[in-house]
Design a protein around this ligand. Structure first.
Ligand SMILES: Nc1nc2c(c(=O)[nH]1)N[C@H]1C(S)=C(S)[C@@H](COP(=O)(O)O)O[C@H]1N2
Ligand SMILES: [Mo]
Length: 508
């Protein structure tokens, strides 16, 4: 176990010194994520939420340690097993590391060096163990009788070796962390001066925000904003290193750096983002004020060819996201965003640059840490989630959610404010209705309409007179007059559907 720990620590350290934000453990975790069946992914998200990544990393490390413990016990008798295990570990880690998107040959080095040091440590420990089990100087007259003092010396030798390897393992891990934090983007982010938008966000109408207790705020604070991505460590990309390449089926390839991006006229817009994995009543949705460079004029400069009906965006961590060219070009506020709620993007939300396309689920539009736009066709290329069976085209479905009262809450009889949010991006919400125990639908009061890319808050005063349990249900209608269907659909493959309901108690 100690030798395996030293292998992992050394590998982390070498990866950090090479300036890689990934390490073999993360690469193995990442390879695992890409091959995880959908049920397991959904179980992990449901059970661990945003901690799912930490749980996975801990799982990888725990698996290695448990295997090491078992193999270690055998290796005391058959050393070759121990060395074979360390070699296998290094080989698995190296192959995972080089097969990650954006990997290069350097990525074998951490596993290689880790394996070598682990092997050396194992040799040292096994040597110390054997001198404890069978001290060399046992040629006393009593034959097999070992003198007390020699057993003591052997044990001491083993403990010293074990402590040495243990300290080395922990130190490599600690130094690796310190080295990695040098790479972080905090300084780059702190140095960003955001430009004044050429087109500021339209002022919100009076009454655009309702203030019912327990209701989601109209703007979602960046630190509370949901996070969904496959990145096990937040990619660390500085503005100095950032480049965007626009290529593929275009008349002219374009390449932009951060200064060139910032020099372009910017728009500022309030837009509600939603994840396709959001369950009915779920919270993978939020509203922010985005500042960015509109995509349409930029693409027009590159000149997409007629057959290029798909824009494949790539991120620094190798995610691929396919967005219909027609949607980006239809006049909506599709942008390369550099700021969220008046600040440079948080690293976990895509610093320094991400895409935002109103009306489409995140997995087909909202590429974080974006570095590349390739014009191609849907026939020619399937993006990451499309390869895994999710829909190629994914406009956001109309949805509504009850925020308050909470499920199973106890409410004294009398007036109860039933309130929540509803969204139908790029169509707009025109009506929200609530019903109690399957009774008649009652129109809720809506917050004043903003742009059609925004959610609306709603509230309905319930005169709760009957004690007992009651079921509250909500449904929304979009601006085209389409009402949410009742039939429940799971998020896979194109977004959940159905009415959200909560059961609450009215006390006597
Ligand atoms: N690089 C990268 N960008 C990504 C993803 C990802 O896994 N990697 N996930 C997408 C998905 S599924 C969603 S819903 C949004 C979420 O954006 P947020 O985490 O800022 O809320 O990011 C999108 N952009
Ligand atoms: Mo998503």
């Amino acid at each position: 176990m100690l030798a395996a720990l030293l292998s992992l620590g050394t590998a982390e350290l070498v990866a950090a010194l090479l300036g890689r934000t990934s390490s073999p453990v993360i690469a193995v975790g990442g390879a695992f994520v890409d091959r995880t069946p959908r049920w397991l992914k959904e179980f992990a998200i449901r059970t661990f939420g945003e901690n799912d990544k930490d749980v996975l990393i801990a799982g990888v490390v725990a698996t290695v340690l448990v295997l090491a413990l078992l193999v270690g016990a055998l290796a005391v008798r058959r050393r070759v097993l121990g060395y074979a295990f360390i070699a296998l570990l290094a080989a698995v880690a190296a192959s995972a590391a080089v097969s990650r998107p954006n990997a290069d040959w350097q990525d074998v080095l951490p596993s290689l060096v880790g394996g070598l040091l682990g092997g050396l440590a194992l040799g040292l420990l096994l040597h110390a163990v054997s001198s404890r089990v069978a001290p060399r100087a046992t040629t006393t007259e009593a034959g097999s009788q070992k003198p007390e003092s020699q057993v003591g010396v052997g044990r001491r030798r083993f403990l010293v070796a074990a402590a040495g390897v243990g300290v080395a393992a922990v130190s490599t891990e600690l130094i690796a962390r310190a080295a990695r934090s040098r790479l972080d983007v905090a300084a780059s982010r702190a140095a960003v001066r955001l430009p004044v938008p050429a087109s500021p966000a339209p002022a919100l109408a009076p009454g655009a925000m309702l203030r019912t207790a327990g209701l989601s705020s109209f703007y979602t604070a960046s630190r509370d904003f949901y996070r969904v991505d496959t990145a096990l460590t937040v990619p660390q990309l500085t503005t100095e290193d950032w480049r965007l390449r626009i290529h593929g089926d275009v008349e002219r390839e374009l390449s932009l750096d951060w200064q060139q991006l910032l020099a372009r006229p910017m728009i500022e817009r309030d837009i509600t983002l939603t994840c396709v994995s959001n369950e009915v009543g779920g919270n993978l949705v939020g509203t922010a004020r985005w500042l960015g460079v509109p995509l349409k004029p930029l693409l027009e400069e590159a000149g997409p060819r007629a057959r290029a009906d798909q824009i494949v965006s790539r991120s620094v961590d190798g995610m691929t996201i396919g967005t219909p060219t027609a949607v980006v070009m239809d006049g909506r506020d599709a942008m390369l965003a550099v700021a969220m709620n008046g600040e440079p993007l948080l690293p976990k939300h895509g610093f320094p640059v991400r895409m935002v396309v109103p009306g489409l689920y995140g997995y087909v539009s909202a590429t974080k840490w974006v570095t590349e736009l390739e014009l191609t066709s849907f026939d020619a290329y399937d993006a990451y989630w499309v390869k895994r069976g999710w829909a190629e085209q994914a406009p956001i479905k109309t949805a509504s959610r009850i925020d308050t009262p909470r499920p199973f809450s106890k409410n004294p009889p009398g007036r109860v404010a039933v309130a929540g949010v509803a969204w139908a991006q790029h169509r707009g919400v025109s009506k929200v209705e609530v019903r109690v125990d399957g009774g008649p639908w009652q129109p809720a009061q809506l917050s004043a309409a903003g742009s059609k890319d925004l959610w609306r808050q709603w509230v309905w005063e319930w005169d709760a007179t009957e004690p007992g349990t009651h079921k509250l249900e909500v449904r929304a209608t979009d601006a085209d007059g389409e009402t949410q269907p009742q039939t429940r659909e799971a998020p896979f493959p194109e977004g959940s559907q159905g009415w959200h309901s909560v059961v609450v108690r009215v006390t006597d």
